[in-house]
Design a protein around this ligand. Structure first.
Ligand code: UGA
Length: 445
């Protein structure tokens, strides 16, 4: 099938590249000419594991990039809208979605034959039918349903695993205004015959995306509330509590041969210093404000955000328990990214923690395997020294704060041992055993 993808951000580029890998002819559209030139030269504007190789493999044959949206729409059978939907604190900002809908509508005006327009961007329920569809009709002068189809196909890609998630989907959600739209959209995913597909209307497709992220975020805040309670009661370790909970066979089923399945979801049921990233905080807040606008109190999801906003304080409380005065205290921060495997620092719990340390005049050293460049755009240079290794970061410090689950941080006890040092460790991710260092503090203990 001939597919045009509008927007070459993380979702658009990964989708475009992977759709060419499964056999479609894809044109990726962006209004940024420099980005388009880079993609055509097989240089990815974003880092995502495996993306460069696939780009190199298909660019110039089944894949190309262009700034010419009109031509791409006219020459393709289906257009995916994958532009950003930033959250402005109140509503998601639909300006890019509206702009490209208008341009696609104008292109459809001069096109003969049936075309399907599909929203892939994360948009609140109702957006595809109530915002995108009318704009397409207005600027094409044509009728949705009769002359063109309108669909919604959310993505479920994790940063760092996006290529693998696209190529090995757990579900494919296909929303459409009618069967003709859904049938055309299903052809896009014909190369995934054994994957479960949900064929539905656009509103439901939009809602599935928000509900998935909101549920995962809720599990994290739930675990954090329980973890904080365990700490306050005393004599209980939330890690053991949650392990006991995970063993419920409804969470981790036991097969007939006695083997137990440990679902990935249980890793969202662990206490820590909070969730971050470009999706969970934004999507939960957007769903709350959308819900409130339609008259729902959204009390549970409001608490999910409130707990998460407070969670970095748990790390600081444990530090202050040992060092009430943070002025001139030497503090090493291990991990700045919101999760391992990415340099993304958006909404990372490390941000409020480092900002507070700097405000308190602590002497901060920090190490993250990939996020240091990104961090240097956030924190004032004078307040923090970036190091090249764990060894250098923790050398001579009073306390170590572990904020991201990078596997390499498991070497910390051995490194401290070699240095003959025993600073306080506040393990914000419960990565290390609590007996692995002399003075251990962790969330949920
Ligand atoms: C998330 C969802 O997992 C994807 O399914 C979704 O497509 C994506 O948002 C999106 O909406 O685009 P992502 O933000 O990349 O993907 O991150 P996750 O790996 O899910 O991590 C989110 C937060 O959950 C992080 O702060 C992380 O620390 C926490 N997390 C992650 C856990 O607590 N446990 C885990 O096992 C993984």
């Amino acid at each position: 099938m001939k597919i045009s993808v509008v927007g070459t951000g993380y979702v658009g580029l990964v989708s475009g590249v992977c759709l060419s890998e499964v056999g479609h002819d894809v044109v990726c559209i962006d209004n940024n000419a420099a980005k388009v030139a880079d993609i055509n030269a097989a240089k990815s504007p974003i880092y995502e594991k495996g993306l460069d190789d696939l780009l190199e493999k298909h660019i110039g044959t089944h894949l190309k990039a262009s700034t010419d949206l009109q031509k791409a729409v006219v020459e393709s059978d289906l257009t995916l809208i994958a532009v950003g939907t930033p959250f402005d604190g109140d509503l998601i900002d639909l300006q890019y979605v509206k702009q490209v809908s208008q341009e696609i509508g104008e292109a459809l005006k001069g096109k003969d034959g049936y075309h399907v327009v599909v929203v892939k961007s994360t948009v609140v329920p109702g957006t595809t039918d109530d915002v995108v569809l009318p704009i397409l009709e207005k600027y094409s002068g044509k009728k949705a349903g009769a002359d063109f189809g309108v669909g919604m196909n959310p993505e479920f890609l994790r940063e760092g695993e996006a290529i693998s998630d696209f190529m090995n989907p757990d579900r494919i959600v296909l929303g459409g205004i009618d069967d003709a739209t859904r049938v055309t959209l299903a052809e896009v995913y014909a190369p995934f015959p054994s994957t479960d597909k949900v064929l539905t209307n656009n509103r439901t497709a939009e809602m599935i995306k928000y509900t998935s992220n909101s549920l995962l975020a809720t599990l994290i805040s739930f675990s954090n509330e329980i973890g904080n309670l365990c700490s306050s009661i005393g004599g209980i370790d939330a890690l053991e509590v949650m392990n006991g909970v995970h063993l419920d066979k409804r969470f981790s089923p036991i097969l007939e041969n006695g083997e137990r399945i440990k679902p990935g979801m249980t890793t969202y049921l662990e206490a820590g210093c909070g969730f971050g990233g470009s999706c969970f905080p934004k999507d939960v807040k957007a769903l709350i404000s959308h819900g409130v606008n339609v008259g729902e109190p959204m009390s549970l999801l409001k608490s999910v955000i409130e707990i998460n906003t407070q969670q970095p304080k748990q790390v600081m409380d444990r530090l202050r328990k040992h060092f009430p005065d943070l002025g001139n205290l030497k503090v090493a921060v291990l991990g700045l990214a919101f999760k391992p495997g990415t340099d993304d620092m958006r909404e990372s719990p490390a941000i409020p923690i480092v900002q507070e340390l700097i405000a308190e005049n602590s002497v901060v050293t920090a190490f993250d395997p990939v996020a240091q460049d990104e961090a240097s755009t956030i924190f004032p240079t004078a307040g923090i020294t970036y190091c090249d290794s764990i060894e250098q970061t923790v050398s001579g410090v009073d306390a170590v704060l572990l904020l991201t689950r990078w596997p390499e941080f498991k070497a910390l006890p051995e490194i401290l041992n070699e240095q003959g040092a025993s600073p306080l460790l506040v393990d914000g991710r419960r990565l290390l055993p609590k007996d692995s260092v002399d003075t251990y503090e962790g969330i949920g203990i």
